[in-house]
Design a protein around this ligand. Structure first.
Ligand code: AMP
Length: 121
């Protein structure tokens, strides 16, 4: 489907340098920074620099270069945080039922403790 991107979302403001962030990694097409309200000892958000609402929008409309860069950026974040050995969880919420707060694609990298069952509903 066609998604409508809101350029005033908070991650767009971070990308424009209008609000600060704690950058972990920056690549040609991606930015990673720590989550402002961490849910685990390691909680890093990885976002593409392009205007994509969610993973579906990105996978459908991004260039191959952006997709490769973003995928590798997530790997580099895991490596940089030293979480590969003990494990980690990647989460990307989308839309109403996914309870997505910020309408710019982001993957949560969560690690640093046993994260428990995937859902507790
Ligand atoms: P989601 O519910 O998947 O859209 O998650 C949005 C995430 O963005 C939450 O985990 C928030 O804590 C995080 N967040 C919101 N504002 C900021 C910010 N200014 N810097 C870093 N993380 C943020």
């Amino acid at each position: 489907m066609a998604y409508s991107y809101d350029p005033e979302n908070i991650f767009a403001k971070i990308l424009r340098g209008e609000i600060p962030n704690n950058t972990v990694l920056e690549t040609a097409h991606s930015l990673a920074f720590t989550d402002i309200a961490p849910q685990a000892p390691t909680h890093i958000l990885v976002i593409p620099k392009g205007a994509y609402v969610n993973y579906d929008d990105f996978a459908t409309n991004a260039s191959d270069a952006e997709i490769v860069d973003f995928t590798r950026a997530i790997s580099k974040v895991c490596e940089g945080a030293g979480v590969e050995a003990d494990g980690f969880r990647l989460v990307s919420n989308a839309g109403r039922d996914g309870v997505q707060e910020v309408p710019h694609l982001h993957v949560h990298v969560l690690a640093g403790r046993n994260l428990g069952p995937m859902m507790t509903l």
